[in-house]
Design a protein around this ligand. Structure first.
Ligand SMILES: Nc1nc2c(ncn2[C@@H]2O[C@H](COP(=O)(O)OP(=O)(O)O)[C@@H](O)[C@H]2O)c(=O)[nH]1
Ligand SMILES: [Mg+2]
Length: 438
């Protein structure tokens, strides 16, 4: 009896031991599977590899501004130039499941060749975060994932943690965040506040788009005269402006910054159109005053023919749409451009009317640059509500893996000025343009 129950106890102990071993084995293999789940590796390059925003101080400047912040992609080395590494024995190719695994970045590949001293730049509010995220994702997928250019974000208020976290996780280059100083986003002393308010009330009644908005006017004045001289922007020679909710429809196979530099271009566009007359009734009078006071800044061989149909007497309202721009910052910082902006600013039309930065930049590009210094990027396909630039020519669209509908292309329609740009420069229009005129 006693021997029998001892045997049963031995059986029970053995069964316990067996179950314990089974539990240990299954539990440790569960943990190794667990490691592959995204939630356990803190994805978000911002979190895992960024230095803290306050690691990088502001750049001092005679124009002055609040300290800016930068987020630098940290410890993970950038992939070497060239195409992604190929493994002859595929069994040896690492399967990179987490950002810290070997080979994670090789999937992106990096374009060979030099880099320009260039940055993307976006003016945005914290509430724009998801719209700018969509834009960044498209710019990265179609171009920047292979070039890793930096991105500067500017705001009249401090950027919040969500904005910084989301945008820095999407940009493949370094991200920098700058707060615009009050004097670049407020009424200058010479503006009569009462007069400006009456204009806004009148424009609201006439239902002029953004006619009653103060912040839109600060935005237009800032983009016209100050974005290029923010401390963070002083570090760069070239910029590409990106707004929230834009789309890029085709692959960008080469570096537009390098194209601009090597072809001596200073300003570029993808869409052009006529400005709402109600927003700029006296802009051309101010421009004529500037031309009279500063004849030395008006270059020979300029694009007056794009801006005026009667040799400069009247403005035809053609302008390049400035929500897309690739341009040269040294030009905007030049005495010629700054004199132009300051002369216009003194006349007060940013507040007594509603001058947009698009006609201001365009008129400057048209008069202060030689016409060969302007460039139309046919191969950068772009959308900003409500207009699309979709390259003319099926071969171009297929080669660039475009996903825009050619019927939406605005270039050759009646309200576009791009046809005029071609005529003024003596460029031949691309094959098939006649079929896209309406
Ligand atoms: N920080 C900041 N950015 C602004 C403000 N208003 C407009 N923006 C930015 O200025 C640019 C133009 O504004 P948007 O609303 O797109 O004007 P639209 O394209 O002319 O209709 C965008 O990049 C906006 O994010 C503002 O009050 N504060
Ligand atoms: Mg916009």
């Amino acid at each position: 009896m006693a021997a029998g129950s001892a045997r049963i106890v031995r059986y029970i102990l053995f069964a316990f031991f067996f179950l314990a071993v089974l539990y240990f084995v299954s539990n440790s293999s569960y943990e190794s599977v667990q490691q592959l789940k995204p939630s356990s590796f803190g994805v978000g390059k911002g979190e895992s590899t960024s230095t803290k925003p306050d690691d990088v101080g502001g750049v001092s400047s005679s124009w002055g501004s609040k300290p800016d912040e930068s987020i630098t992609k940290g410890t993970a080395p950038k992939p070497a130039a060239g195409t992604p590494k190929q493994y002859e024995d595929l069994a040896e190719a690492p399967m990179a499941l987490t950002p810290s695994d070997q080979g994670w970045d090789e999937l992106l590949g990096t374009a060979p060749g030099p880099r320009m001293n260039a940055t993307f730049v976006s003016l945005a509010r914290n509430s724009d975060v998801w719209e700018i995220a969509r834009s960044i994702r498209q710019v990265e997928d179609r171009f920047n994932r292979r070039y890793n250019y930096d991105w500067v974000f500017l705001n009249d208020k401090p950027f919040d943690a969500t904005f910084k976290k989301v945008t820095s996780s999407l940009v493949s280059g370094k991200t920098h965040y700058g707060e615009i100083p009050h004097e670049h986003w407020s009424f200058p002393d010479h503006i009569d506040q009462d007069k400006a308010r009456k204009v806004r009330e009148d424009m609201a009644q006439r239902k002029i788009i953004y006619g009653d908005s103060i912040s839109y006017r600060h935005m237009c004045r800032f983009e016209s005269g100050f974005f290029f001289r923010q401390p963070l922007m002083l570090n760069y020679e070239w910029y590409w402006r990106v707004e929230p909710s834009i789309e890029l429809f085709c692959d960008v196979h080469y570096d537009p910054f390098r194209f601009m530099a090597e072809n001596k271009k200073k300003y570029s566009f993808v869409l052009s159109l006529y400005e709402y007359v109600e927003t700029i009734p006296t802009l051309w009078d101010s421009v004529k005053k500037f031309m009279k006071n500063y004849p030395e800044h008006i270059v020979e061989g300029n694009s007056m023919g794009f801006l005026s149909d009667d040799g400069g007497e009247n403005y035809n309202h053609c302008h390049f749409w400035s929500n897309f721009e690739v341009g040269n910052l040294e030009w905007l910082r030049s005495k010629a451009y700054v004199d132009f902006f300051e002369s216009l600013d003194l006349d007060g039309g940013f507040f007594y009317e509603r001058w947009g930065d698009a006609p201001v930049h365009s008129i400057a590009a048209g008069l202060l640059l030689k016409k060969e210094e302007l460039h139309f990027f046919n191969d950068i396909a772009y959308y900003h509500v409500p207009f699309t630039h979709c390259p003319t020519g099926e071969k171009t669209r297929l080669d660039l893996r475009c996903h825009c509908n050619p019927k939406d292309n605005f270039d050759w329609k009646g309200y576009s000025c791009t046809s005029r740009f071609f005529d003024v420069n003596g460029y031949e229009k691309p094959e098939g343009y006649e079929n896209q005129q309406d």
